[in-house]
Ligand binder design. Structure first.
Ligand SMILES: Cc1cc2nc3c(=O)[nH]c(=O)nc-3n(C[C@H](O)[C@H](O)[C@H](O)COP(=O)(O)OP(=O)(O)OC[C@H]3O[C@@H](n4cnc5c(N)ncnc54)[C@H](O)[C@@H]3O)c2cc1C
Ligand code: FES
Length: 421
């Protein structure tokens, strides 16, 4: 009986080992298949586009025509819509740096006068580079909460309501200084609030798919699941790539949102959460989100001792002071009050108003018409010749500035200033 028992135990052990091995192999296979599916998903649209680019367009000057190949709503409320854009000339697109944006010239009817007009706006690329298309994801912007009778956002509502598959859009080549830095190869912390997720998606998709083994954290803050975009895609990335860590933060979870399953943290993304989650060490931080989030996180990281060179950030809205109120360095109050600004073409010489948020806002209050678009130092539309004097910037300009020019939307005078306006 004892011998029989030992034999049965041995057979059982062999069967168990075999089962464990098979299960392990099955899990490995499933993991590999998931990875392939994920890459297939990402490439799927690329394959389906019927363009056959045969030449690379290294880059282009000015605006070039793109066709909207596909539109996809990304959230439950249909307030964020992705547009897939293919070049009309079918040339292969030049690669861009993940995190960069496109500048659009949108032609539309003025709601008041009915006359046609064009608007310049920037939208971040929301996917990794492909040779045959770009993707942007646009949030519909309503009137501000405290000014409900103001007109809603012009460009975003135009894109949502008027621009359909097959339509043409005029687009400038990708640009911008907010993009992944390859060296040094530090662990990455991507911090996104709301629609600020778009450049992060581009960085994430590019990095992971390239097989780069850098540890990546994504802290993505939204109010609740109704505002979240690309949940399935992000979840899949966490399953496939062990070095990708997703932290969804809901500031106002819905009743059906389950902590630990739908999201990891109740509340906003903030510095204490980063301190709790990240081990001590050096990281590269990329931050993009609403003004309040940027104003707390960027200086917060600096206060913690993070090197300014390891903090990269971008604002989508009008220029705002984010870092420790560094503007007007070297200008005493007396100098600020004494400055004057001459608009030579308009024949105006006026005292600078220290309360003005920028030279663009100041020029507008003087009744001077200035071409503008993003009002955030990104599109370059407000570039103006400086005839004499100097300016300083409230944030780092994204658009390249020609010599003896300035970007009015983020500039303030350093002393007396003459502008060719
Ligand atoms: C580099 C960069 C990248 C960006 N990437 C993205 C992106 O990926 N996705 C995205 O969705 N956005 C992005 N943006 C923001 C985008 O460019 C636009 O700023 C945004 O879509 C709003 O533009 P709009 O024309 O719809 O709104 P606007 O017409 O410019 O209006 C803005 C706000 O002002 C209000 N307003 C208008 N007139 C008045 C008035 N008379 N009184 C009071 N309030 C008024 C409007 O109601 C609205 O709330 C990015 C911006 C930059 C600079
Ligand atoms: S308005 Fe876009 S750079 Fe000034």
């Amino acid at each position: 009986m004892t011998i029989l028992g030992v034999i049965l135990a041995q057979v059982g052990l062999v069967v168990l080992i075999g089962f464990v091995r098979q299960r392990h192999q099955y899990l490995e296979l499933e993991k590999r298949q998931n990875r392939i599916q994920s890459i297939d998903d990402i490439n799927d649209f690329s394959r389906r586009l019927d363009t056959h680019p045969n030449q690379v367009d290294s880059t282009w000057q000015g605006f070039k025509a793109f066709k909207v190949k596909r539109r996809v709503y990304e959230d439950k409320n249909h307030s964020i819509c992705s547009f897939y854009l293919a070049p009309m000339d079918q040339l292969a697109l030049p690669p861009f740096k993940p995190g960069q944006f496109l500048t659009f010239k949108l032609s539309m009817e003025d709601a008041g006068t009915g006359e046609s007009k064009s608007l310049i706006r920037c939208y971040s690329l929301s996917d990794r580079p492909y040779a045959d298309h770009y993707r942007i994801s646009v949030k519909r912007v309503p009137a501000p909460d405290d000014q409900q009778d103001a007109p809603p956002g012009q460009a975003s509502n135009f894109l949502h309501d008027q621009v359909q598959e097959g339509d043409q859009l005029m687009v400038k080549a990708p640009s911008g200084h907010f993009h992944l830095v390859e060296e040094p190869q530090l662990p990455l912390v991507l911090i996104a609030g709301g629609i600020g997720i778009t450049p992060m998606l581009s960085m994430l998709n590019a990095l992971l798919e390239k097989g780069v083994e850098r540890e990546v954290w994504l802290f993505y803050g939204v109010r609740n699941s109704s505002e979240l975009i690309m949940r399935a895609h992000l979840k899949k990335l966490t399953e496939v790539y062990q070095h990708f860590h997703l932290h969804l933060c809901y500031s106002r979870p819905d009743e059906q949102d389950v902590m630990g399953i739908d999201y990891q943290h109740a509340g906003r993304v903030d510095v204490p959460l980063l301190q709790e989650t990240l081990k001590l060490g050096r990281y590269q931080f990329y931050v993009c989100g609403p003004k309040a989030m940027m104003e707390s996180i960027v200086p917060g990281l600096e206060t913690l001792g993070v090197d300014a060179g390891d903090i990269h950030y971008e604002t989508f809205g009008p220029a705002s002071l984010i870092k420790n109120e560094k503007s007007r360095t070297g200008s005493t109050d007396a100098q600020v009050k004494a400055m004057n600004v001459s608009f030579t073409e308009s024949g105006k010489r006026v005292d600078w108003d220290p309360k003005a948020s920028s030279l663009l806002a100041f020029a507008e209050t003087q009744g001077i018409e200035v071409e503008s678009g993003c009002r955030a130092g990104s599109c370059g539309s407000c570039q103006t010749v400086i005839e004499s004097g100097e300016v300083e910037y409230s944030q780092e300009p994204d658009a390249d500035i020609e010599p003896d020019h300035c970007l009015l939307c983020i500039a303030m005078p350093k002393g007396d200033l003459k502008l060719a306006l």
